[in-house]
Design a protein around this ligand. Structure first.
Ligand code: FAD
Length: 394
């Protein structure tokens, strides 16, 4: 296939990573996003591990990649446990029974709004905001027609649902799959590092995330120290980045408080999430409480935690899905979404190069989505998170 056209539904991390990768490969791509460009708070930060890092390395143009890399936080190799002993908050020793031993993958923290701005840069003529997908119809010639809620109808060779956990594309493809609301919520916010530095907490936890379970309340916190000040990084690496998110960016401490909808109740309005966080954290150690008190109220987001049943086999055809539309990866879903995007891009590039047909390439991609699929090869030469790891003092 010489000329391929791909339509991506959803401008989240997965959809944008795919669009960047396809554009890099010279494949015609259009992204449709239901929200307006600045409609939603984009959250605070995410832990970028080898899976997301490899995909970004393969999909982003060099300037975007350099900007993403320059603004990463320090290397994270494990999780620490904080505990309160006689009123003093301390990092638990290695053999402490409270110390989490989960399979944390090494990585670095990335600021979500900056990552999104980096992903959007260069796609200004590719992403259409404020246009929601409505339905698709496979055509006899193998192409797919796509309807949007504004009345637009488009045709493509491939339709990709990168439209998140509540995916409408998956809804039409696999109508029996159910998504449930667990009732769990996560309050996530950030506090300027300069405002909380005096407590000594940031120095105590370093670059690794820390969890505290004090008097029945759990909190996770992590320090974001930008490798290079974002505004300087933008000027140096990616001056075409037009978003204002870098202008006020400064080092911060990110915090997250698991809670439930029942606890949150129905209070809405501006800063409701921040007020709820203050109330949920009321029993925590004063140093942890001060993180919430000093936070930027408007940056606090309340995230709904959904659950999606394991998918049956995807029907063959020109429509596929990626990221949260496939499964919810607790705490690492963005990395899986980017990994899917990298693999799908590779599959479509093989088709354009004449090395595979579309049906074969899409079924190889879908096979890799299975939880028991063997790990795919990574692209070590362009892994973001590893590249600064060897620098002294980091
Ligand atoms: C509390 C919490 C913390 C997390 N922390 C991390 C972390 O540290 N590391 C990590 O890797 N992951 C983390 N995740 C997961 C991560 O946020 C998601 O897995 C990731 O955003 C999924 O990317 P996606 O591109 O598949 O979907 P999304 O980012 O959800 O993007 C989907 C997009 O599709 C759009 N859309 C939906 N329907 C339509 C439609 N009909 N038409 C057009 N557009 C549509 C939406 O508006 C949205 O922009 C966390 C998640 C939660 C809840």
């Amino acid at each position: 296939m010489d000329d391929m056209r791909v339509i991506v539904i959803g401008a989240g991390v997965g959809g944008l990573t795919l669009a960047q990768g396809l554009r890099q490969a010279g494949i015609d791509v259009a992204v449709f996003e239901q929200d307006a460009e600045d409609a939603r708070p984009q959250g605070v930060s995410l832990h970028l591990d080898d899976r997301g890092s490899s995909a970004l390395g393969a999909c982003l143009p060099p300037a975007n990649l350099a900007m993403a890399e320059a603004t990463l936080g320090g290397l994270r190799t494990g999780i620490q446990a904080l505990s309160e002993v006689d009123g003093v908050l301390t990092a638990a020793p290695r053999d402490h029974p409270d110390r989490p031993t989960g399979p944390a993958r090494p990585g670095r923290m990335t600021d979500r709004p900056i990552l999104r701005a980096v992903l959007l840069t260069g796609l200004e003529d590719v992403v259409r905001f404020g246009v929601a997908f409505s339905r698709f119809e496979p055509q006899a010639d193998g192409s797919v027609r796509v309807w949007f809620t504004d009345g637009t109808v488009e045709t493509a060779d491939v339709l990709v649902g990168a439209d998140g956990v509540g995916s409408s594309v998956r809804g039409q493809l696999l109508p029996d799959v159910r998504v449930s609301d667990t009732g769990k919520r996560m309050l996530i916010g950030a506090s300027p590092l300069r405002a909380v530095a005096a407590s000594g907490l940031a120095a105590m936890i370093g670059d690794n995330p820390a969890t505290a379970q004090v008097r029945g309340t759990m909190m996770v916190c992590s320090v974001m120290r930008f490798g290079e000040p974002p505004i300087a990084a933008r000027d140096r690496w990616l001056p075409t980045l037009r978003s204002r998110v870098v202008d006020d960016a400064e080092d911060y401490v990110m915090w997250a408080l698991p809670t439930t909808q029942a606890v949150l109740g129905t209070e809405g309005g501006r800063e409701a999430g921040w007020r709820a966080a203050r109330s949920v954290a009321a029993e925590l150690h004063p140093t942890l409480r001060s993180l919430i008190d000093e936070a930027w109220p408007a940056r606090t987001v309340t995230l709904r935690v959904g659950m999606i049943q394991p998918l049956p086999a995807l029907p063959s055809g020109s429509v596929t899905i990626l990221g949260d539309a496939v499964r919810v990866g607790p705490g690492f879903g963005a990395n899986l979404a980017m990994q899917d995007a990298g693999r799908l891009r590779d599959a479509l590039v093989r088709v354009v190069a004449g090395e595979d047909d579309l049906a074969g390439a899409l079924s190889t991609y879908v096979a890799a989505l299975r939880p028991d699929a063997p790990p795919a090869e990574t692209v070590p030469s362009r892994q973001l998170i590893g590249s600064r790891a060897a620098e002294p003092g980091r």
